[in-house]
Design a protein. Structure first.
Length: 205
């Protein structure tokens, strides 16, 4: 993602591609909104910021995203940089919190998926089957096949962590309607998954 951005940016900045800045010049030009300076910022710190994100436990894709968010946040907040620490240190601080945010999102996503699997499971044997069949992936695949309003409500509640009131506002429906969508969606999802796992178990016998 970062490399693609660099390619896109450099395509419009060919006349300045060889220009380099020292740190003070880089900050001054960034604060002026110089896009060439932004490209230089990424070039100078891309590797170290990516490694920072990886060192905190992000996979390669997550680290790329967190690094991209770091540079964007730095570009948008460069006028707040006061030079009390080095530019690299300042970027690392941003990268640290972006990585933490990513880890929190990952944990929340896994927990919400787990909660959903528990909600739609109604017997001990079914729970065991869910674990064996890597149900998290199966669940979200089937959620996307539900009627759109049911699917959206489930995604907002379980995957995005929105509460009933927030979903009501997003979908522009009453809270009771959101609850109905969730109830019907989970009921339909439970029926679908029971059929899937029953067929697989029957095939083993």
């Amino acid at each position: 993602m970062i490399r693609k951005f660099l390619i896109d940016m450099e395509g419009t900045l060919l006349t300045n591609r060889d220009k380099q800045y020292n740190e003070q010049e880089l900050v001054i030009n960034l604060q002026k909104g110089d896009e060439t300076a932004f490209v230089e910022l990424i070039k100078q710190f891309e590797t170290s910021i990516f490694l920072c994100c990886r060192s905190l436990g992000l996979n390669e894709s997550e680290a790329e995203d967190a690094a991209s968010e770091t540079f964007l946040a730095a570009y948008e907040g460069i006028n707040k940089y006061q030079g009390k620490s080095g530019l690299g240190t300042w970027l690392w601080k941003i990268a640290y919190w972006k990585s933490v945010d990513c880890l929190r999102r990952r944990k929340r996503l896994r927990q919400n998926a787990s909660n959903l699997s528990e909600d739609i499971a109604d017997s001990r044997n079914y729970n065991l089957t869910i674990e064996q069949k890597e149900t998290v992936e199966i669940i979200w695949e089937k959620v996307n096949q539900l009627p759109k309003l049911w699917s959206l409500a489930i995604i907002l509640f379980y995957r995005e962590g929105k509460n009933i009131s927030e979903i009501s506002t997003i979908m522009n429906v009453k809270k009771e309607t959101v609850k109905t969508y969730l109830f019907r969606g989970k009921k339909k999802l439970s029926t679908i998954l029971k059929k899937i796992f029953k067929e697989e178990l029957d095939g083993i016998e």
